[in-house]
Design a protein around this ligand. Structure first.
Ligand code: GTP
Length: 596
């Protein structure tokens, strides 16, 4: 146990976490030069392209220093606010953290919130100044930032470069010297914490855990404390480049278990594994059942693909327990599913995976948060995950919406503009702290729904990219919300409805109509676009009819041309949906998210 080191990496996206992790794997001979792919830790194509570690993984390295044999467990953490609970569990499984900061960029908001989490969990922090090879590196300034933040000595900051290999040996030495060995009682009953799980099509769910006390042995009858389910530990072992089966995984170590579990939602991150025969007294603290934050409808472009979509979603859910869905129907779009996601990025990822891995073409409707509507009668509570489910305003007493605590870190030049944006988004500034002379952290409370509506892009634009954003949900607050409906060709399109604050309703209605006019192609006839609150029309635009019937040419008998056109359309995956008589492209359903 004294020669085990468990650590994670805290870094902002693109600060070089994967590159540096690969260097560690290489230096410890965990991975050979030949095996070395660009980024060994990110094994999904999608992740590599996006440069975001969606799911945390773990890997074990053997390392010899001064004739002592050490076991280093690197636990990877996803670097996005949508996955912050998983990050918190990964951090809880470690004794130390490498804090990687891009020497040309400095510290970003996401880094800071994860850093705070690590400090709260008493992790030993090893600060690393990465990308030192870049001509734009600002070692003094960024070292000052780090020293300010964690109160270390400047000499503790390790200059490094994943690209040239600078500093890698120093990092390994620091891991051994500074990170404490795990504690725990090897004689106690088994207590292990699950920090991640992955789906393997042949073996089912593989759960990753950290053993806090006792040992897990092959063949044990084990129990997952929070779900209450029991399994046989068919195979256990540690994680090298591949799974390495073992007879036992002992106190302090990180391992995996395969026990014939088929569904991701049976394995909950944060849950405790113990044995049925000799169970531990307490579950590991900090378990949370993660709830989706953002909801949207997903519909097949072709109504006939509904069953196939259901099949694909079920498959997706097998390896992504955070995805929830239930059937719903829309007057405009027919049969589809109301899906719950951890956040906006998670929603984009699911949509992309449906298209890439399952070859589905889908329409995603306006995302929304989960509202609470209280009825006048008996104060009955209705959870509203779809604006169309909002009860009749006459019967409603009031509505509550979820609030978040948001943190933005930016350069002082942009503080004014960001404060203006925050107020426009119904936010309330709660704090402003200068982290360094030029870097400010702004904290504010604001409705979660405003993050869904075009927040990231606006923030990026007004700060010229020099702002990072992080948030966590706090509470529900009463709000003056109303349903804004959209009518196309005089027919209400339920999939375009949104709940908005009364004070914004007119402006938003106007903007949405304008945006839709831009996005919906002209058709054979004139299409009025209207925004309405109840029976009252608050905005109107008109899409003029096409002057000449250009498509008619294609249908004039030249069948090969028609087929060619159809094939071309199919190849281009034109996501168009017929709504009443109007052809509506996918972008139009998300118009409300991208208003200028
Ligand atoms: P996420 O997976 O998105 O969290 O990113 P990451 O932090 O893992 O960063 P990654 O290792 O993928 O590196 C991001 C980019 O920076 C890539 O284009 C790397 O080639 C580049 N990069 C990484 N380390 C260095 C470095 O030390 N020097 C230079 N010049 N570039 C680097």
């Amino acid at each position: 146990m004294k020669n085990i080191r468990n650590f994670c990496i805290i870094a902002h996206i693109d600060h070089g976490k994967s590159t540096l992790a690969d260097r560690l794997l290489q230096t410890t001979n965990t991975i050979s030069e030949r095996e070395m792919k660009d980024q060994a830790l990110d094994d999904m194509d999608l992740e590599r392209e996006r440069g975001i570690t969606i799911k945390s993984h773990a890997i074990q390295m053997d390392y010899v220093q001064d004739d002592e044999q050490y076991v280093l467990n690197l636990i990877d953490t996803p670097g996005h606010v949508d996955f912050s609970y998983e990050v918190s569990r990964s951090i809880a499984a470690c004794e130390g953290a490498l804090l990687i900061v891009d020497a040309s960029q400095g510290i970003q908001a996401q880094t800071i919130s994860n850093l705070y989490l690590a400090i709260e969990n008493d992790l030993e922090i090893i600060p690393i100044l990465n990308k030192m090879d870049l001509p734009g590196a600002m070692p003094e300034e960024v070292t000052d930032q780090i020293v300010d933040l964690i109160g270390c000595d400047p000499s503790e900051v390790i200059p490094a470069s994943g690209k040239t290999g600078l500093g890698v040996d120093k990092i390994l030495e620091a891991i051994i010297a500074r990170i404490p060995a795990p504690e725990g009682d090897p004689e106690a009953p088994l207590q292990a914490m699950i920090f991640d799980s992955v789906f393997n099509p042949f073996r089912g769910i593989i759960a990753y855990y950290r053993v806090l006390n006792g040992a897990i042995k092959k063949g044990d009858r084990v129990k997952f404390v929070n779900t209450g389910k029991e399994y046989d530990a068919d195979e256990i072992g540690v994680l090298k480049m591949d799974l390495a089966p073992k007879k036992a995984v002992n106190t302090g170590d990180v391992g995996y278990i395969i026990s014939g579990i088929k569904k991701a939602n049976e394995v909950k991150v944060g849950d405790t594994i113990t044995t049925v025969e000799n169970p531990c007294l307490n579950a590991v603290k900090g378990f949370e059942d993660v709830k989706p934050m953002v909801f949207a409808g997903i519909y097949p472009v072709d109504t006939e693909d509904y069953e196939e979509l259901r099949y694909s979603m079920e498959k997706l859910q097998l390896n992504d327990a955070s995805l929830v869905f239930e059937p719903e129907s829309s007057a405009a779009l027919g049969f589809g599913f109301r899906c719950g996601f951890l956040g906006m990025l998670h929603m984009e990822i699911i949509q992309e995976r449906l298209e890439r891995e399952f070859d589905m073409t889908v329409i995603t409707t306006v995302p929304n948060v989960s509202y609470k509507a209280y009825l006048k009668k008996d104060e009955e509570l209705v959870i509203v995950n779809n604006p169309s489910d909002l009860p009749d305003p006459a019967k409603m007493d009031y509505i509550e919406e979820p609030y978040i605590k948001a943190s933005v870190i930016t350069k002082s030049d942009y503080v004014g503009a960001i404060m203006t944006l925050c107020i426009e988004k119904r936010g309330e500034m709660t704090n402003q702290v200068y982290l360094t002379q030029d870097r400010v952290e702004l904290s504010f409370d604001m409705p979660m729904s405003e993050v869904v509506f075009d927040f990231y892009d606006r923030l990026k634009t007004i700060s010229k990219g020099y702002a990072s954003f992080d948030y966590y949900p706090t509470d529900y607050r009463r709000s003056d919300l109303i349903k804004l409906d959209i009518l196309l060709n005089s027919e209400q399109v339920d999939a375009l409805s949104a709940l908005v604050h009364r004070s914004n309703a007119f402006t938003l209605g106007k903007k949405i109509c304008l945006k839709l006019k831009e996005l919906i192609p002209r058709q054979q006839f004139e299409i009025p676009i209207q925004a309405a609150i109840g029976a009252k029309i608050v905005a109107r635009e008109t899409i003029k009819a096409l002057r000449k019937d250009v498509t008619a040419k294609c249908y004039g008998g030249d069948i090969s041309r028609k087929r060619k056109l159809l094939e071309k359309q199919k190849a281009g995956k034109k996501r168009m949906r017929q709504v009443g008589r109007v052809e509506v492209p996918q972008e139009a359903f998300l118009a409300v998210l991208k208003l200028d």
